[in-house]
Design a protein around this ligand. Structure first.
Ligand SMILES: Nc1ncnc2c1ncn2[C@@H]1O[C@H](COP(=O)(O)OP(=O)(O)O)[C@@H](O)[C@H]1O
Ligand SMILES: CC(C)(COP(=O)(O)O)[C@@H](O)C(=O)NCCC(=O)O
Length: 321
């Protein structure tokens, strides 16, 4: 007797783009093609079809999760009703967005922010990128970490975790430092203030990293422990490298032309030389960081969006509950 091989058990439900897009139901499209264009990152390919097929079902799923989360809060408050502390007010629903440099995380995060803010139940959606918690260049230089920018040790991880913990605790006002790609450094004196949003999106390379053990060897609370949902934006490493190089070439024609740009020197050398530099940065910094630190966190996400070579999401894996 022959037996049909069964797929190995997995904590995820795997869906094709077509299966996923059918789950949109009646979620309306609240963005115009022009608005989508404005949210699109340099080099990313995203259009209304992508928003309708991929992001509207995700917006619907997240709306259901946020509602379920307030239901749970009701359960907690029923339980706490007799306690001295009494019922607790709600705290923001926190979403992490992870993935490699140049995979298009920021477009995903900005689209989610715009779509989620159109739901009347949660209009206040704030977005914070973790680059604000990179150590300033002077400190990276002091620690010999200038060529490790984006690796976990290049961040002030304690301040980043504190920031999300404060937001999640319901603190009225929480501030974060700001990073500029133009000067390639933290902007001195600039702060971003988050005031009790309904939803906080935290986007960055390492947001799903588990916490390092403390000096006493004990496990600490990590950033991801505060997430109510997380998305990992995934693609083949060869595709991401091509997107990184393509974006560098475009930035050389645009942002790098600004004389204040850290990379302006690459507009004054031949394109081949500039691209050799970009390839070197990819091979020695961003690719090793992807392999060693970012990719190993993929299976910690609630949802994995798998892009094909044209940047379109073709497969999705959603964590079972
Ligand atoms: N050197 C740079 N100068 C200006 N903008 C940049 C530079 N590098 C990256 N960016 C922009 O910063 C944003 C974040 O990029 P990145 O961290 O690679 O994440 P992702 O591509 O996954 O969104 C993107 O919108 C990208 O276009
Ligand atoms: C600023 C970044 C580390 C990304 O930071 P994130 O917001 O993911 O924390 C990255 O975009 C970067 O600039 N990496 C350094 C190597 C490079 O120039 O590509």
């Amino acid at each position: 007797m022959t037996t049909t091989p069964t797929a190995p058990a997995s904590p995820f439900v795997d869906l094709t783009r077509a299966q996923w897009s059918a789950l949109r139901e009646r979620t309306p499209l609240p963005l115009t093609a022009e608005e989508v264009e404005r949210l699109r990152g340099l080099g990313d390919v995203i259009d209304l079809d992508e928003v309708v097929d991929v992001y509207l079902p995700l917006s619907r799923l997240l709306n259901l999760y946020v509602a379920a989360h307030s239901g749970l809060r009701g359960a907690l408050n029923t339980f706490l009703a007799g306690a001295a502390a009494g019922a607790q007010p709600g705290t923001p629903f926190v979403i992490g967005v992870a993935g490699s440099v140049a995979v298009g995380k920021s477009t995903t995060a900005r689209l989610l922010q715009a779509l989620l803010a159109r739901w009347p139940e949660h209009p206040r959606v704030e977005l914070v990128t973790t680059d604000g918690f990179l150590l300033p260049n002077a400190e990276l230089q002091r620690r010999g970490l200038m060529s490790r920018k984006g690796f976990p040790e290049s961040y002030d991880r304690r301040a980043l975790t504190r920031f999300v913990a404060d937001v999640k605790s319901g603190k009225a006002e929480v501030t974060a430092p700001v990073y500029s790609h133009l000067i390639y450094d933290i902007v001195p004196g600039e702060l971003l203030t988050v005031r009790r949003p309904d939803i906080l999106i935290v986007e960055g390379l390492n947001v799903l990293q588990p916490a390092l053990p403390g000096q006493d060897g004990r496990t600490r609370i990590g950033l991801a422990d505060y997430f109510d949902f997380s998305v990992y934006v995934d693609a083949r490493t060869e595709d991401i490298e091509r997107w990184y190089l393509g974006r560098f070439r475009k930035l050389r024609e645009t942002a790098f032309q600004n004389p204040d740009s850290y990379f302006t020197k690459y507009t004054r050398v031949a394109e081949d030389e500039a691209m050799d530099y970009a390839r070197m940065i990819w091979r020695t910094v961003n690719q090793p960081n992807l392999q060693e630190n970012v990719l190993p966190t993929r299976s910690r996400a609630t949802l994995v969006l798998r892009k094909s070579q044209d940047h379109k999401v073709q497969r999705l894996s959603l964590r079972k509950l």
